[in-house]
Write a protein that binds this ligand. Structure first.
Ligand SMILES: Nc1ncnc2c1ncn2[C@@H]1O[C@H](COP(=O)(O)OP(=O)(O)OP(=O)(O)O)[C@@H](O)[C@H]1O
Ligand SMILES: [Mg+2]
Length: 243
């Protein structure tokens, strides 16, 4: 069964139509890579999956429920199940790393400080960030900020993770760290969507890749399926050809 579904998604900003009928299905436990040129509308699709954007036309279905017209109150229960790893990291600058990670646990759980501390320090260790708990975001490198952002997103143990360019601008070491984390989470049964321009990461961790181009999904398939159509839109995109 399709776990998450986007059906006939259309959206314009001003006079510019960005999506002209996007259809996309994500299976439970799958990692789907979503690629496409800058401005193609990838982030808008991700945001729509947790109701931060609404389509002008079309539907968004989450775990069998049509959430398109959900109110903010109704969306709370969806958002609890989904982590969004923002393109920019979105850390709280006035809080140190420990407080950034503890924040969602304090807001949304009844855990006591010893359990919070254990969870936070474990997550930092998993992402190679041990010893950085007292540091403020501004003192961290971009790569470390991204890893802290990821740690904070997954600390609530979400069922679904939406990654918006988690490896953009990272060096190979940090890129591999993030890839490993995505793979490890997938192995625990997490369903994920990875928006990226980083094709090695997409091929390393995704079960299927979908490409958004000209307002629609231009192609979707496994690596083997895509390799079987070497003249296809995804190969053209990867090779930097005009689409
Ligand atoms: N809130 C908004 N108001 C006006 N225009 C918007 C808004 N959000 C997105 N857009 C426009 O919609 C288009 C798609 O934006 P989106 O951020 O989804 O692109 P993207 O595929 O994620 O690009 P990138 O790879 O650069 O992150 C862009 O042209 C953008 O300017
Ligand atoms: Mg984007």
């Amino acid at each position: 069964m399709d776990f998450i579904k986007v059906i006939g998604f259309k959206k314009s900003f001003g006079t510019k139509q960005v999506h002209s009928g996007v259809n996309l299905s994500i299976q439970k436990g799958e990692c789907l890579g979503l690629i496409g040129g800058s401005g193609a509308g990838k982030s808008v699709i991700l945001r729509s999956l947790i109701g931060l954007e609404k389509p002008d036309e079309g539907r968004v279905v989450f775990d069998g429920k049509d959430i398109t017209d959900y109110t903010e109150d109704e969306l709370v229960n969806i958002r609890k199940r989904v982590a969004y790893v923002f393109q920019g990291g979105a850390l709280f600058d006035s809080m140190n790393v420990y407080e950034n990670l503890a924040y969602p646990l304090r807001e949304h759980t009844k855990l006591g400080e010893p359990e919070i501390s254990e969870k936070v320090l474990t997550k930092l260790k998993e992402l190679g960030l041990e010893g950085n708990d007292k540091v403020y975001p501004a003192e961290l490198s971009g790569g470390m900020q991204k890893r802290v952002g990821l740690a904070r997103a997954i600390i609530m143990e979400p069922e679904v993770i939406l990654y918006d360019e988690p490896t953009a601008g990272l060096d190979p070491f940090n890129t591999v760290k993030i890839q490993e984390m995505i793979s490890r989470l997938k192995a625990t049964g997490v369903t994920s969507i990875l928006v990226t321009h980083d094709m090695p990461s997409a091929f390393a961790v995704c079960d299927r890749i979908a490409m958004l181009a000209k307002g629609k999904i231009g192609a979707v398939g496994t690596r083997a399926e895509l390799d079987a159509s070497p003249g296809g839109i995804i190969h053209k995109f990867i090779n930097g050809e005009q689409l």
